[in-house]
Design a protein around this ligand. Sequence first.
Ligand code: SF4
Length: 328
Amino acid sequence: MGKKIPFYEEVKDKVRCRICPHNCLIDEDKFGICGVRTLESKVPIAINYGEVTSMGVDPIEKKPLYHFKPSKDILSIGSFGCNMTCSFCQNYEISQGKPQTQYINVEKLIGIIPTIENNIGVAFTYNEPFMWYEYIYDAAKGIKESNTDTSVVVVTNGYINEEPLKKLLPYVDAMNIDLKGYTNRYYNNICGAKLEPVLETIKRCSEYCHVEITTLLVSEENDSLEESRQIAEFIASVDENIPLHLSRYFPRYKMENEATKIEKITEAQNEAKKYLKHVYVGNVQGVDNNTYCDNCNELLIERNGYSTNVFIKDNKCPKCGKEINIIL
Ligand code: SF4
């Protein structure tokens, strides 16, 4: 379904979309980089409003969010379209294509939430949620207006302009933001984007909601110790309590580099831990991904795959009383 784009400027007989830093100039019947915003009879619209390609109930740990409502589930939905072109994309069928969809209006979505056991709310994920901005804004606002206790989660690449982001943030509880690397070379060549706007998004979001960061370490591309250190240093400059997830890359889509060596991930984790309180590893079996108190090392949350035991009762360590960045 088509819905008018909320942030744009008219430029003669075209429009400049102002949703994300690409700021595409869109001509009649042509699409912006995301493949979802176009000009139709001189009206700028997103074509994916309410169009759902993927829907499921996932452990919140799968987003990944380790410090937000641990052990709970979340209804997860996505559409199609993306404003990045990552060579290793795991969801390229929906990020780069226009697959079959099912239309779910906001009221229906809100009605589904309480029917699912152990469910805390909705996560906008799978494709890039900001490329579904028109719908996720209406849905997030509607969810919060019907029940402020229902959680709204956004799993994103962080490539959005300030104005639309600030309009949405009052309705968001938690975000996992990809920081895909720490060089413009990587962002340009591998992802088709720029680094700086993502850093700005991380800074802005951390002032409004719970934030965790994910970095996919891709062999020979962004898995140097130096880049992991830069990533950790940047996050620490925002808040050293922000959890970082370092995820192992496997060959996907157009990227044929070999899978990242586990030693590289472990080294990166150790380096990042010099700057950050909580650094986790993704896509590696048999690693310790528990949460410990950063003061007395008390076990706070035990994780085994997606099975989770929570020993912390509020956001303080039960042993030493240290405040921990965890929302229960
Ligand atoms: S949202 Fe899409 S059309 Fe708009 S600027 Fe970004 S990539 Fe271009």
